[in-house]
Design a protein around this ligand. Structure first.
Ligand code: PMV
Length: 362
């Protein structure tokens, strides 16, 4: 939808070397995206909270490249100041795939420097923060070169679209507080092509909201999300699952508008368990939950029964547990984590995070 052969630099009007820098956060899905079709299009709509402390800082430097007879994208990539060929090659593939949208990429020398606010290999997925940061840098560069993205809504929509092409869930990180990705009749202008912001409709409870990530294991995921999505193809529960996700989203949207924490928490936990059930029932089957994951869930349920505090869990495609709770009980919950849950985490590591205002240009 954004293919544009006119985005070419006129060699008689060569731009000065320039740089753009964005800080972009990760996000945590409450309704999960699991299963896709076509080019990174979701089989069901998803809704996420935008995080604040788990983020990627990315600086993109660009200059006109006069000597590029082969017309290849010229990319240097540094991660935490060091060359990283695996990441570079992934980014290069992505940038090459964008050439129909951004033909001018071949006319530039690009240098990307990237770093995460959370420890590398902390078991926290970085594709949402890094790929949304890259998409935002690309949109800023486009606007600097061609002046084509002056409208903030058009800018966000294109950034979300580009982020989706890199990593589906990354398209939701563009927006403050919360985002919806995927067509649903309950959210006006929702689309499979890009996410849209949900902050306007959100009850204030969810704007002062925490997500402490209990790192049960720092290890790499045993199944890539690409492989996981693909396994939904032959999963006998796939179709009912997509219907279930749509229905749950309807209920969740109601709860998030009114501040109904109990309904929110029930759906968050059901979705976490469903995601893992889908992985366990795929062929081959994956069991990403660890004994410590289950121990944390058991202790949390008991804590909730005893204290009546509205603390809920969700899971990503891994063993780490995200604890979701409102800001007014932060001290009690942090004490509970320290006293009872940190012992289940690798090196007792907990990444404290919360719902935030979205990406910022720095
Ligand atoms: O964005 P991907 O392709 O890495 O898929 C992510 C899927 C989950 O993180 C498991 C769920 C979600 O909606 O974020």
């Amino acid at each position: 939808m954004y293919e544009n052969s006119r985005l070419i630099i006129d060699s008689s009007n060569v731009p000065e070397p320039h740089s753009v820098t964005w800080r972009s956060p990760s996000n945590i899905a409450i309704i999960k995206y699991w299963g896709k079709y076509g080019v990174q299009l979701p089989k069901n709509p998803s809704l996420s909270l935008t995080l604040a402390s788990s983020c990627t800082d990315m600086r993109l430097e660009y200059s006109f490249n006069e000597n590029n007879p082969e017309g290849k994208i010229d990319l240097e990539f540094l991660f935490h100041q060091e060359e990283n060929e695996a990441f570079r090659s992934k980014m290069l593939d992505y940038l090459n795939s964008l050439l129909p949208i951004y033909p001018f990429l071949k006319q530039l020398s690009l240098k990307i420097q990237s770093g995460n606010s959370f420890p590398h290999s902390a078991g926290i997925a970085s594709s949402a923060s890094s790929m949304s940061a890259l998409a935002l840098c690309l949109c800023s560069m486009e606007d600097n070169l061609f002046g084509t993205l002056k409208d903030p809504d058009a800018f966000d929509q294109k950034a979300s679209y580009l982020a989706r092409l890199a990593s589906g869930s990354a398209c939701r990180s563009i927006y403050p507080y919360a985002a919806v990705w995927g067509e649903t009749t309950h959210v006006q202008d929702s689309s499979n092509e890009y996410a849209i912001g949900f902050a306007d409709q959100l009850h204030s409870t969810f704007k002062d909201f925490h997500d402490d990530i209990l790192i049960v294991s720092r290890s790499e995921k045993a199944v890539s999300s690409r492989a996981g999505h693909a396994l939904m193809e032959g999963n006998p529960y796939a179709e009912p699952r997509y219907t279930q996700a749509k229905n749950r989203l309807t209920t969740l949207i109601g709860a998030m508008k009114t501040g109904d924490l109990e309904t929110f928490g029930k759906i968050a936990e059901d979705e976490a368990m469903t995601l893992h059930a889908l992985m366990m029932t795929s062929n081959p089957s994956f069991t990403l939950l660890r004994p410590d994951t289950l121990a944390i869930i058991e202790k949390l349920r008991q804590y909730r029964t005893e204290t009546k505090n509205p603390v809920y869990f969700t899971l990503d495609a891994g063993p780490n547990v995200h604890l979701l709770y409102p800001g007014n009980i932060v001290h009690e919950v942090r004490a509970f984590i320290e006293e009872q849950l940190a012992e289940h985490c690798e090196d007792q590591y907990v990444q404290q995070d919360w719902v935030g205002e979205g990406p910022e240009e720095i």
